[in-house]
Ligand binder design. Sequence first.
Ligand code: SF4
Ligand code: SF4
Ligand code: SF4
Length: 441
Amino acid sequence: MLRPSKYNHICFNDDGELLIANMYSNKMCKVSQDNAEYATEILRKEYISEEDDLILKMQKAGVLIDSEEDEDIRLKGSYLEEQSKPILLLTILPTEQCNFRCVYCPEEFSRGKMSEEVQKAIIRYVRQNINAYTGLRVSWFGGEPLLAMDVIAHLSIEFMKICKSAHRSYTAGITTNAYRLTYDVFRELLSYNVLSYQITLDGLKRTHDAQRMLINKNPTYETIVKNLIEIHEKSKSGKFVILLRTNFTQSMIPDIPEYFAWYNKKFAKDKRFRVFAKMAGDYGGERVCSMKDELIRQNQRTGEFFEAIIRSDIHELRFANRSFFARNGAICDASRKNAMVIDSEGTVRKCACHLNDDKGNKLGNVLDLNSLQERKSGRMRWSTLNLSPQCKECFFVPVCMGMTCVYANIKYGYACCPEEKIYIDDYFKLFDRQGMFGYID
Ligand code: SF4
Ligand code: SF4
Ligand code: SF4
């Protein structure tokens, strides 16, 4: 006997076809208009005793499950298994200064470059603790990390030596504005095993330069694009991924088709490049106040935003957004018990966004390893799985586990739903346009 999984989500596309996805199995499928009503009927049933081709295919996609299966236990088990992966995750801020002043940036730029003393303390920490883990994964973050390339070089070389002699894996990623990411710098980073790059390009030149300017207000678009094209054309390496994030504002909506046409021409054929389309958000700070009228969500223009993307030529684009619909895909790293953020002064935190909150977001300092041991219990507070009754019944829980933003959970006492859940039907239509929903009838 079968029954529908509680983690299914369905909606119809504009052709009246039924789009079905299961958030636990991470499978997406669709049923043609002719059979859509029958499939919907099956999904409304408490139990399904009959068997036909469509039912079997729905079972294979994880949309229908064995009626004896306890989905809560299965989900908890898979979450705990994922969490128990003993890899040390360090987000390191080699400098908190930046050469840009983006209009939505929440940073205060009050701290500078990491001292040698702090670097030595981090190296000591990694050397003393690496044997407790299967590997080390570092995320270089800032400010703009490439302003402190010497710190990245020094720490990377030491981490690679430590991991090599301990027979542990070592990989890294970087979030950079890419202004200084020349081909030579990129090659150097690759030699330090920096394999994933998150780079923001806010649409076409006109909008990018209005949002992401240098401190002296000079434009940045041409330099970034030149760097990206050079990497695309010159690099033969197949081991890196560049995620091009775009923070769309209201006035960028009409440009969306042109932006994706440009992207198609430049990078769509290069499998190492991915698009990450986001609506610009209010992440706090003073600067974003001046552009509140430009935020798509606040002005309820999300429908137009998604329509403009769907209308664009997106067939060949690889949307990084898809990974935020995978199991555990929308959980913030701050919830992982082996994850820590180390700022440029050695302060150890959990959340990478609220770097001035010493009360709610501080575990100690890497210069004083004893303080870190004592704060272990504080670390657990960020990792405790405590699903609210609402989350327990939510179809999206395998993706977010109520931990999309643990900082907000602790501060407000309840879990905030991720954007991906709120606009799931729009995302499904977008993925459908890209052919991600395969027919099962
Ligand atoms: S590049 Fe990043 S850190 Fe620098 S101003 Fe822009 S958003 Fe802020
Ligand atoms: S806890 Fe929230 S604010 Fe902090 S890094 Fe995660 S998502 Fe960002
Ligand atoms: S936070 Fe929202 S999306 Fe996540 S499980 Fe809870 S109710 Fe669902």
